[in-house]
Design a binder for this molecule. Structure first.
Ligand SMILES: Cc1cc2nc3c(=O)[nH]c(=O)nc-3n(C[C@H](O)[C@H](O)[C@H](O)COP(=O)(O)O)c2cc1C
Length: 389
């Protein structure tokens, strides 16, 4: 098996197999099937919302590379008159800096420094991109999911429902067949927004927003909440997970915020915080001690740069992961020397003989922590074991 993995890692440096999951199943008897927002995807590696899912070319390239799924750049919701209560997020910014993050001289991994925010073009442009994504999804080539930032009120104020209703009606119309899938971006910690300073306010959003999105959508809708890293202690992250339990999926957790530099950041600190919070989380920790809504699926995000990291999120309960930074590294950071960045990332995360996902699953089997069913190892058995204990 090790010899096969070494050989695959070498030969796939120039080109990945056409159907990655089928190859892995045949060669290793490993079923990489993963899940995002209730949808089955061929393997767990997806692309997080951001600058890498802004246009048709990027989606086409990702489909060709065999990416698991892609989340589109975050759209800022609007009402019929075009008013956006979260307009401050629709700003234009082109400069991104990919750099190593250093804290008191210690290297903390790659981060992307960027001051921009959400989608800055028109709603019609976004709908055209969504239709491309819909076609790729229907063709079974790449699951594509839109991301939206809708109005978030102060504690005593009502939600601006007209923004939810108008935006959802346009998106759902472009999407067509139910279920309509959408990810809701919560990142008001960016730029130190004062909205993010009141804990009960955040918990109310998380609790109420999924129902509001479903209720203002013209067709059956599934909602993923992308949770922020709030500027509070780990226990509050747990409270956010429980409050967001009314969602169909939770993406955990968006980048950290550097107060001094006024920028969001990722890397090792983000990875460690997210894994620590997830590792100490229990669905039974709720104030009432019970959990009425079906438990949402978890999707990991933050600081992933190896298959080991993907395994760590899976062992913390995540059924899939979404990356951004790793798709932006200088080319000489990848072992593969040909192909798109997406291909190179998949090559590294899946096939690396020591740090790849296949090696990680085999290691779990060797350690007696993962067992074959019908002769195969199943990726999804890893996250599922987490909350069954
Ligand atoms: C330049 C940049 C732009 C991003 N834009 C968005 C966005 O519009 N919406 C969103 O939900 N997340 C956004 N993200 C967050 C990423 O999707 C991802 O969740 C986060 O960066 C953590 O993953 P990573 O460490 O692999 O980058 C952005 C990240 C970067 C680096």
């Amino acid at each position: 098996m090790r010899a096969q993995l070494d050989a695959d890692f070498e030969r796939f440096k120039s080109e990945l197999p056409r159907d990655i999951a089928a190859h892995v199943r045949e060669a290793y008897r490993i079923d990489l099937t993963a899940r995002y927002l209730g949808q089955t995807v061929p393997h767990p590696i997806g692309k997080g919302s951001g600058q890498l899912s802004l246009n048709e070319r990027q989606l086409e390239e990702d489909a060709a590379a065999g990416l698991g799924f892609a989340v589109l750049k975050t759209l800022i919701a609007q009402d019929e008159a075009g008013v956006q209560s979260m307009a401050a997020w629709a700003i234009h910014e082109t400069r991104m800096k990919v750099e190593r993050r250093r804290v008191v001289g210690i290297d903390r991994g790659w981060t992307v420094t960027w001051k921009g925010r959400g989608w800055d073009r028109s709603l019609d442009d976004y709908l055209a991109l969504l239709r491309t994504g819909r076609d790729l999804t229907r063709a079974g080539r790449l699951l594509v999911v839109p991301s939206v930032k809708y109005h978030l009120p102060r504690l005593g104020d009502p939600f601006v429902e007209s923004e939810y209703r108008f935006t959802n009606s346009r998106l759902a119309e472009a999407w067509g067949e139910p279920p309509f899938l959408v990810e809701k971006d919560f990142s008001p910690t960016l730029a130190g927004d004062s909205l993010a300073e009141v804990r009960p306010q955040i918990l109310r959003w998380l609790h109420e927003v999924p129902q509001l999105i479903r209720h203002t959508s013209p067709i059956d809708t599934r909602v993923a909440l992308k949770l922020m890293n709030a500027r509070f202690e780990d226990g509050f992250q747990h409270e956010m997970l429980l409050a967001g339990g009314t969602g169909d999926a939770l993406v955990v957790f968006n980048r950290l915020f550097d107060q001094a530099r006024s920028v969001a950041y990722g890397g090792q600190d983000l990875l460690e915080r997210n894994l620590r919070v997830l590792g100490s989380f229990s669905w039974r920790g709720g104030r009432t001690g019970t959990f009425s809504h079906p438990r949402p699926g978890l999707c990991g995000t933050g600081g992933i740069s190896s298959g080991r990291d993907v395994m760590a999120y899976a062992q913390a309960g995540c059924e899939a992961v979404q990356l951004h930074t790793m798709f932006q590294l200088p080319l000489d950071e990848y072992s593969a020397h040909e192909g798109s960045r997406t291909q190179r990332v998949l090559h590294q995360l899946l096939f690396h003989p020591d740090d790849g996902l296949i090696a990680g699953l085999q290691r779990l089997e060797r350690d007696g922590m993962l067992h074959r069913r019908d002769g195969e190892l199943h990726f999804l058995d890893v996250p599922h074991a987490r909350f069954e204990r």
